[in-house]
Design a binder for this molecule. Sequence first.
Ligand SMILES: C[S@@+](CC[C@H](N)C(=O)[O-])C[C@H]1O[C@@H](n2cnc3c(N)ncnc32)[C@H](O)[C@@H]1O
Length: 260
Amino acid sequence: MVPNSTKEYSKLAKLYDTLMGDVDYESWADYIDEIMQTHHKDPIDVMEAACGTGSVLLSLAELECYRLTGTDKSAEMIEVAKQKVEESEYQIKLEPFSFRDLPYRNAFDCVYSVFDSVNYLHSEEELITSLETIRKTLKPNGLFIFDFSTPKNSLQSVDHLNEAEGESGTLRYFRKSWFTPADKIHVNEFEIEELDLSTKKVISSWTETHRQRAYTLSEMLSILDQTSYHLVAKYDGFDLIEADENSARVTIVLRCQKTQ
Ligand SMILES: C[S@@+](CC[C@H](N)C(=O)[O-])C[C@H]1O[C@@H](n2cnc3c(N)ncnc32)[C@H](O)[C@@H]1O
């Protein structure tokens, strides 16, 4: 059977939480909470852009101090997030918007985006357009907090990511992963199969190819220089310590400079 090729985070949506089984989302939410409380005087209205299946949002909701919204380009990821929120005791508004299509204006005290989602933006132009759209969604002095993965992270993780596999319900995946230092593109190719559980036969299969662009810290800072944000902080990993060119993942905190 020749697998059909399908778009990023469509068929993978139902396998995503299995794929991310080892990720400590609660600590990630605590880290975002710490950054918001450190750099914003009264954060209430908060949006996660590229929220995926909503795991960080649900952990933040447990703190019971934010009004939460989640958006993501993938309608399938939003669908899974909605099911998880319905099964919880929390209220989180969820909408299928990409970074550059966000329709909100002056609506949020903080917007955040985690787990390398910004690395799906491959060019300077895409990054700047998305950053400016997010800026419009922020209230005056609002924060945009995002992380990105650097080439060092790709080089460190690629062997571990390559040839991984997993399953959930009737679906299973095999992942191949490779990184090309010359263009800094990290590819994760998923072969996804749907099984008839009674016969164990494959009834459908798809290939989903994810391409992420790794940015060095200096490349990202020079892009941020072209926007109208004020750079508040650049943190290494999951601590409030300064990132440098050796950081594998960097978390950036930007302040929206508009006055009204
Ligand atoms: C690695 S997942 C991270 C999801 C979630 N933040 C988490 O921590 O599990 C990357 C997410 O970015 C989303 N994404 C990719 N490009 C996007 C874009 N241009 N606008 C909005 N979301 C995007 C994908 O659909 C996917 O849900």
